[in-house]
Design a binder for this molecule. Structure first.
Ligand SMILES: [Zn+2]
Length: 119
């Protein structure tokens, strides 16, 4: 469940109650009211402007509070060995690119990595 800004009216809508995922490639992301195929607000939550929301690198919206929390988590991750340079997002991306099977195989023949190896 992700929220996005309507490219026509600038309100916040949810990908689950619009044609966000099924829209034609390259066509704008529209809220249910601006989408001619739906044509009215769904009423699941009040219609409100996306002004003040933070856009993530993948184009979705998060609240400024959520943004602050994820920045804090990223900062905290920097103190963990091995995560220093790529951050939490980098770790997720690495596993995604390698595939979860790779990760499972890797862990199968190696002892569990120690986050804080003894000096
Ligand atoms: Zn709209």
């Amino acid at each position: 469940m992700s929220i996005f800004a309507c490219e026509r009216c600038g309100c916040v809508d949810n990908t689950a109650v619009t044609h966000y995922w099924t829209r034609k490639e390259g066509s704008p992301a529209l809220c249910s009211e601006c989408d001619p195929e739906i044509g009215k607000w769904h009423g699941r939550f009040p219609k409100q402007s996306a002004a003040g929301m933070v856009t993530t690198p993948d184009g979705f919206l998060i609240s400024p509070e959520e943004d602050a929390r994820s920045r804090q988590a990223e900062e905290a991750a920097k103190s963990v060995d091995g995560v220093k340079h790529i951050g939490l997002f980098g770790v997720a991306k690495h596993y995604f690119e390698m595939g979860w099977n790779y990760s499972a195989r890797w862990h199968a023949d190696k002892p569990l990595p120690r986050l804080n190896p003894p000096e």
